[in-house]
Design a protein around this ligand. Sequence first.
Ligand SMILES: Nc1nc2c(ncn2[C@@H]2O[C@H](COP(=O)(O)OP(=O)(O)O)[C@@H](O)[C@H]2O)c(=O)[nH]1
Ligand SMILES: [Mg+2]
Ligand SMILES: [Zn+2]
Length: 399
Amino acid sequence: MTTPGDSTAGGGAHRHGGAPNGARRYTGPTAPRPEQRPGAAAKQAPGRRVRCPQCLEQFSWDANEIYNEAGTTELSAINDSAKRADAMHDAYVKCPGPDAAEGFPEHYLPLRYVNFDEPLVIGLVGGFHTGKTTYFGMLIDQIDRGKLDRYGLMTKPLHQRKHDEYHTKVLSPLLKDYRSLAATAGASETLTYSAGYLMTNRAGRTRPVAFFDVGGESLSRMVNRNTRFIRAVGALIFIVDPQAIDDSRNSAGQPSSEGDKAFSSVLSRLSSSEPGTSGYTPIPAAEVLVKADRLRFEPLIGGWLRAESGTGALDADEIRKESRDVYAYLARQEATAWLEPFRQCARCTLHVASATGGNVDESGTYWRGLRPRRVLEPLVSVLAMAGLLDDPQAEQIGR
Ligand SMILES: Nc1nc2c(ncn2[C@@H]2O[C@H](COP(=O)(O)OP(=O)(O)O)[C@@H](O)[C@H]2O)c(=O)[nH]1
Ligand SMILES: [Mg+2]
Ligand SMILES: [Zn+2]
């Protein structure tokens, strides 16, 4: 997404509603989509600012200047509402970027990211090969299958063309050919969100949600400029890999006391240096014990893996029980270093999940197909803690 026109995939096939009509209540999955209001960008309250997750610059954008494959469009020059809507579809705005002296490359944000209230950036955290990208891919698949509907969240991609690209490049090989994913590229200066949505809750509030999944060693080493997004995160999903825990055991059978370096480096980056602040990180988090198919005979874990998924009711008690079991399991494994996010984040839940349902074979294929389990639940908790769900139980989650 360095330049708006850097893609080959054709856009325009999908039309989604524009800005929501505040007066209209979204009452559930069957409620009609909010009407298109093509003039919404131009009516944006003046002076509203948005923080760019890529370079961290806060800016108020010129709602009339947008970019798409065709180049720059001056929205104020288009009076025909249908044409305006068409120009705004899949458009970007340009981030002014930090000081020119920093030499940060030119970059753009989807118009839908800046045109709605309070974007939420969710970061996936875990070392190399922990299973982040596979978990994330299956999570996106669940969202795209409308599985958040039952929690009262209507979703649509932040940028349709980018989303289609994610499907073609990442999801199709996994879902259609059962092929294991290639390693994710490390963070570069042009690092952008991996996938994102506009999410509308039962109260009719719409917020942009962007996910960052970065590869390689980027998080453990925290190459400064390239992982700035971590300062913009509003929620974190820590990926706990049971295989990595086992691989780190010393001759006495104890797992490493360092845990996952990506966890510690993200947590230390986020811990406050301000005087008078509590020692806790205010960012809500979920820890996900992934690849749990490998632990299906563990008494504390197996039951959760088989448990009914996504019944639609947010159940703070149930989440507390699952958190307690995962905590007990990790503590019993002496994998206490992997519990650091739970200790440091003021609100944190723990979950069991399996993205694939089984191991990949030598040829890199899931020959028995994919049987994802409990993939959506961690995200639901995170969204509840971050205030996206309009649900009375949300307040109690992760406390
Ligand atoms: N058994 C099992 N293996 C998994 C699961 N998810 C991922 N893996 C394996 O973990 C490895 C790393 O996955 P990947 O998603 O690329 O990890 P990343 O480097 O953290 O993004 C791959 O070999 C996957 O086959 C799972 O749910 N169960
Ligand atoms: Mg990856
Ligand atoms: Zn920027």
